[in-house]
Ligand binder design. Structure first.
Ligand code: 3H9
Length: 706
């Protein structure tokens, strides 16, 4: 045994404790320790059975994810094999119980399923989340889970990766008993009952009664594949997971395990898995701010207020209510307030209809939102978020008013998506309390919160914002202050190239289609129509004075707006929309595009999908490299996390900077140089991109060496 796993006694019961903080991952030493403990239980005549429990906050949260990178990079020679350990647990002649609290995820659940019985506290969760890392269960999870939960549920759990709670696990026989009160004592009591009953310890791998019949299973797998192709478009792991569960229904247990191992290996060595593991660690890395220590004092957020009940303001208020924080929403007219509250109510009603939560939960959340026209109660708010129209004068006016009303020490956040946070802060006497909280539409759904640090923003306000983002179930990413910050500054380049490509010869549906195929949730022109083309138009007009003369800029979007074509909300934009909001290519737009091209002397030509991807992606990457070098983003991975959580970038590509690494920075830089020659100064190569390319390095290296 090792320090990571101990065996103690409670009378005639052996208690195996796994102690590998923070999440008891199956790092080297843990499986070996469990095997040794089981061996001792087997050989010690005074022990009649064993319970295994996790020390600290959880049972086993899975394999140690850090080990996968070591295997694929060749640093670790042998693969990971837990199968023999799990079989040894299952073959133990004395009954064994896994006592689960926190999470039994991935390899954790696979180990637990090797035990003869499982008990869990009500708050415990069990699941096979491997697909979220681009993997499939690799320690017989796809073989044992269907034997406990049945084929349909196991297929779903392995393919979508979502966990289930203890109660549901018990109803599916994944867990044998839900234990109220002390888990260890409950598990020991359960084990003693089993010992007294004389029941032969059941082996999961021998339980074939839930493996179903061929016809029913075929329908389950077909439906699951169709679902995976829709909800996990472009991803190979969910389909591989379904194949592996299917193998459980068609092959012997050992043959099924061999098939699972084969599929696991394919996934492990794929670019997709490497990308998704990068994203997993990235989401945790972004929470770390080098100059803001972990123990920075936080401002307690008990009450919130939001200015503006429009699309953004309403969504932001819902975030607070969802987190149980009372929130005031202020508007300037009763009509706007009523409209905003009606939208909030409708959103909640839809969630209840879809079964996401109960009517009671909805009522509670709605009751936490106080709509009003005045600033009454703002003096008690610990945080006030401004979500008015994107215009500097208006924002400064609002912050001037807030400065007079807000209590000392309150966080004053602006939901600006582009504007200078220092200038907004200058309207107050307390710039250290001013920060950007840039939410993404719909604000109650999108996970990203771009947190914009002003010159004077205090560390307490930054730490509070980062911690708040977790409470609001968001991924908070700290960025520096510049026009458009990280996300929109890059988006500007991406959108620009999409529009140039259209002027140069691609149809809007060609550009959107190629990027959708690449994996983006939606193409950029379709996104423009969805978000409202007038938003960008208003911003462009406000910044018209910054436009350099002689530099090309896209023409068509402005012309669409001048024609009143704002996108979906007006029934037309880059596309026409039918009553069901289906996109339809519009010959009128084609004409407009041809005209714009002619006016600029552009000879339209056939444009390949490859060029569409390169022009749009490399525009993102080149700007990303500039942002990185300027320190606007702390790390390349921060940019990736921002793009995945705020801009519909496919997680399986790892984000734009990771994607650049997979293409190879040398190739990206060469193309950027060519585009620079062909298209001029907008393609000025980022010095960092040039340097890394010439040194044969990657953005991931750059992060490591920071
Ligand atoms: C697998 O099991 C494959 C098998 O089929 C077998 C194949 C042969 N490994 O998230 P947190 C770190 S695949 C290594 O902030 P929370 C994490 O990086 C695995 N490290 O806490 C962080 O480190 P740091 C299947 C891990 O309370 C710290 O722990 N399992 C692992 O919000 C705290 O994490 C999964 O996919 C790990 N497995 O959430 C589960 N897990 O402090 C992945 C966490 O340095 N994990 N860390 O930044 C989770 O979902 C969440 O971490 C969990 C806790 C819900 C457990």
């Amino acid at each position: 045994m090792s320090e990571l796993v101990s065996l103690t006694r409670d009378g005639e019961i052996g208690v195996i404790t796994v102690n590998n903080p923070p999440v008891n991952a199956l790092s080297p030493g843990v499986p070996e320790g469990i095997a040794a403990a089981i061996e001792q239980v087997k050989n010690d005549d005074s022990i009649r059975g064993a319970v295994m429990i996790g020390a600290g906050q959880t049972f086993i949260a899975g394999a140690d994810i850090k080990e996968f990178g070591k295997i694929t990079s060749g640093q670790r020679k042998e693969g990971i094999n837990f199968l023999d350990v799990i079989k040894a647990i299952e073959d133990c002649p004395k009954p064994t119980v896994a006592a689960i609290h926190g999470t039994a995820f991935g390899g954790g659940l696979e180990v637990a399923m090797g035990f003869h019985y499982r008990v869990a506290v009500p708050s415990a969760q069990v699941g096979q989340p491997e697909v979220k890392l681009g993997l499939i269960p690799g320690a017989a999870g796809t073989q044992r889970l269907p034997r406990l939960a049945g084929v349909a549920k196991a297929t779903q759990m392995c393919a979508d990766g979502n966990p289930i709670g203890a109660k549901e696990a018990a109803s599916l026989s994944v867990v044998d008993r839900v234990v109220e009160g002390d888990l260890l004592q409950g598990a020991i009591a359960f084990l003693r009952e089993k010992i007294a009953s004389g029941e032969k310890p059941p082996k999961t791998r021998e339980r074939n009664d839930k493996l179903g019949d061929e016809a029913t299973n075929a329908a389950i797998f077909e439906a699951a594949r169709a679902q995976a192709k829709k909800t996990a478009r472009g991803m190979m792991a969910p389909l591989a997971a379904i194949d592996a569960v299917e193998a459980a229904t068609k092959l012997s247990f050992d043959e099924g395990c061999a098939r699972e191992a084969e599929l696991f290996k394919q996934c492990l060595f794929s670019d997709q898995s490497k990308a998704m593991i990068h994203v997993f660690f990235g989401e945790r890395e972004v929470q770390k701010i080098p100059d803001v220590p972990k123990d920075t004092k936080l401002i307690e957020i008990k009450k919130a207020a939001v200015i503006g009940a429009g699309t953004m303001g309403g969504g932001i208020a819902m975030n607070y209510a969802n987190a149980g924080i009372p929130v005031i929403v202020k508007e300037t007219t009763q009509e706007a307030l009523d409209r905003g509250m009606a939208t909030i109510r409708k959103n909640y009603e839809n969630s209840v209809k879809k079964g996401r939560f109960s009517q009671e939960v909805m009522d509670k959340r709605l009751a936490l939102i106080t709509p009003q026209l005045s600033y009454d109660g703002f003096e008690e708010a610990d945080i006030i978020t401004e979500a008015v129209f994107e215009g500097m004068e208006l924002k400064k006016q609002v912050f001037g008013e807030l400065d007079k009303i807000a209590k000392p020490g309150a966080v004053l956040a602006s939901n600006t998506s582009t504007l200078n946070i220092d200038e907004i802060a200058s309207a107050t006497s307390r710039p250290e309390f001013v920060i950007g909280h840039h939410y993404f539409s719909p604000a109650n759904v999108m996970r990203l919160l771009e947190i914009v640090r002003g010159r004077a923003t205090s560390k307490e306000v930054i730490a509070t914002s980062m911690s708040l983002s977790k409470r609001l179930k968001k991924v908070g990413a700290l960025v520096g202050n510049c026009y458009g910050f990280v996300g929109n500054r890059m988006l500007h380049q991406y959108g620009r190239e999409a529009q140039f490509l259209v002027e140069e010869g691609a149809a809007p549906q060609d550009v959107d289609g190629a990027l959708y195929k690449f994996g983006m949730a939606m193409g950029p022109l379709a996104v423009g129509d969805l978000a409202g083309l007038d938003v960008g138009w208003r911003i462009r007009k406000e910044h018209a004075h910054l436009q350099k003369p002689g530099v090309r800029h896209p023409k068509v979007a402005d012309q669409l707006c001048e024609m009143g074509r704002y996108g979906q909300k007006t029934g037309a934009g880059w596309y026409k929309y039918d009553e069901n909001r289906n996109r339809i290519p519009d010959p009128e737009v084609d004409k407009l595009i041809e005209q714009a091209a002619a006016e600029q002397g552009i000879k339209r030509r056939a444009i390949t999908e490859e060029e569409i991807i390169e022009r749009t992606q490399y525009a993102l990457i080149n700007e990303g490299a500039k942002i990185l070098e300027e320190g606007i983003a702390l790390r390349a991975v921060d940019i990736d996390i921002i793009y995945i959580n705020g801009y519909g970038y496919p997680a399986w590509r790892g984000g734009p900077m990771w994607y650049a690494d997979t293409v190879g920075l040398k190739k990206v830089y060469e193309r950027v140089k060519q585009f620079h020659e062909e298209h001029g100064e907008l393609w000025e190569p980022a010095p960092l991109l040039k340097r890394l390319a010439e040194e044969g390095r990657t953005f991931a290296d750059f992060d490591k060496q920071k």
